[in-house]
Design a protein around this ligand. Sequence first.
Ligand code: PBG
Length: 328
Amino acid sequence: MDFLGGRRLRRSRRTAWSRAMVRESLLTPSDLIWPLFVIDGHNEKTQIRTMPGVERLSVDLCVEAAKAARDAGIPALALFPNTPDHLRSTNGAEAYNPDNLMCRALSAIKSAVPGIGLIADVALDEYSSDGQDGLVRNGEILNDETVAVMIRSALVQSKAGADIIAPSDMMDGRVAAIRDALDGEGFEQTQIMAYAAKYASFYYGPFREAVGTGSRLVGDKRTYQMDYANSDEAMREIEQDIAEGADSVMVKPGLPYLDIVRRAKDSFNIPIYAYQVSGEYAMIEMAAAAGAIDRYGAILESLWAFKRAGASGVLTYYALEVARKLGA
Ligand code: PBG
């Protein structure tokens, strides 16, 4: 049998020790960033129909979740508020109310669990009555006017304790504008994680239920979020955000866009994060519930794929579960 010429790639796969020795990428708790949905109230948790297993939490329960995350070795949380309906408006003014739900959650967690990083999402959809990430006039999403509101939002979040500002809106020029405003107010050490390559995706559905924007959204987000047919354009978005002062960049959604993660990793010397979004979570959960896949096996495989593709970390609703199991 010399047709192989001695070349047997299976040799290194034969035993567990050998597979461990040649393994090219690692997944550890410090790779996992945990998104939390915040609601008003005390000792309150509510279910999200399309995200079985994920709950919205009141601020006091977010503090408990933060402690659990810290104990499991998770480096940072990403917070998303479900703003009470009566506080949503066309101008999204609640976004820069220093006492809004997001700010209250940031400061409560920061004082109780100072060792965990806090990532604050900046976009107007969580505060506006339109469900769009920007201000709307005659059906147009306004760019520069939206950026002006985002600056104010980023400042109140930083004052409340945000360590990383994460603009998820895809307006042009917002990274430079936020960087400038932060520096001007003494927040030179506050990082910016730019949702640089964020696609207009059908995988955000469950998230929109979680933050209460799905039912109000009219139309779609294609005039600012990216066309899923494009990859060169994602490189241009990332290049732009780096030039404007981003400390790290994000690709979103995750698994359907691994080619973008890898290409970004090969093209830029900056930490790249991937967001395993709500629809990806729902697909795994629902396929597992139907008996189609092994749940935890599929979870680990999906997270490992991000590391293999070159991501520095992953925003994932599985963060706590996986961090605990990896650390066990
Ligand atoms: C909006 C925002 C979205 C997500 C994070 N920030 C939804 C959207 O753009 O409509 C999606 C995250 C997920 O689906 O898990 N600012």
